[in-house]
Design a protein around this ligand. Sequence first.
Ligand code: NAP
Length: 289
Amino acid sequence: MTHPPVNLAVSGRTRVAAVIGDPVAHSLSPLLHNAGYAALGLDWVYVALPVPSGRGTDAVRALSVLGLAGLNVTYPHKAAAAAGCDELTTTARALGSVNTVTRRDDGSWLGCSTDGDGMLAALAEESVRVEDARAVVLGAGGAARAITEALGRHGAAVTVVARRRDAAEAGAALAPGAVGIDLDDEAGLRRVLADATLVVQATPVGMTSAEIASGASVVPAEWIGPDAFVAETIYSPDETAFLEAVRRRGRRGMNGVGMLVHQAARSFELLTGHPVDPAVLRAALPAKP
Ligand code: NAP
């Protein structure tokens, strides 16, 4: 059995970064970031810190006193962590959430969100144009909002689809000219999906073993038009029933691994100041059985 590279020379000078979440034990971030440190020869180490729900702001405020180099932030702390930062990037401010908290030279803490740009980088790798895309984002939660904001910033015409109309409209407010519709609006949904050049599946539907067994998906694959590229945010399972069904119908698509790797690469550079080759991070991911 091979082990991922780790910093075996941890000393009093080693910089420490972490991901906070509740739960956090499943996080792949330690694997990705430690692989990056090893590849670049950085005397850094990255750990997962279980922080109870409701204590995300406290965790960010504790960074200085603990001398930590920075944080990644996952469920359920993204909004609470934003509240603990000294300043937010324009994107993080619009989203009201952060996935990265990095220390600036003056000792203050900057909150950033790399999820949306991570998805855009993954789409670029697949040669998907977003500038004039007719994009449909399924979901209006944290990932969907970050992707909607990034798509809007790059000129895509976005429709946000969610169970609740108010959530869809709040998501749509993040991108110029975007509209929000609810899942019950079957006619509207069929129309935008048939016409889409890009569909982003940004709900958790398709992850559980029950959903895998039943082939659950938020919208029927057959409603998706011939010009659409389908991007999943889910990376486990490797291929959701939705992605499998749209591919079977001849559409191109990708799973959420690209987004995972590229958001981590952006985070890595924000935290350490060093760019990392995303291929190094991708290679560190556990092999599928
Ligand atoms: P979230 O904030 O909890 O949002 C989930 C969204 O999905 C909400 O809009 C929710 O609607 C909707 N939803 C949940 N169950 C649904 C159902 N049965 N039918 C229709 N809509 C449903 O979660 P998130 O952080 O955005 O994560 C969403 C997915 O993205 C997860 O699978 C996560 O693993 C993935 N993700 C991937 C990456 C990556 O790097 N690849 C990064 C972040 C997230 P309601 O508000 O109505 O419940």
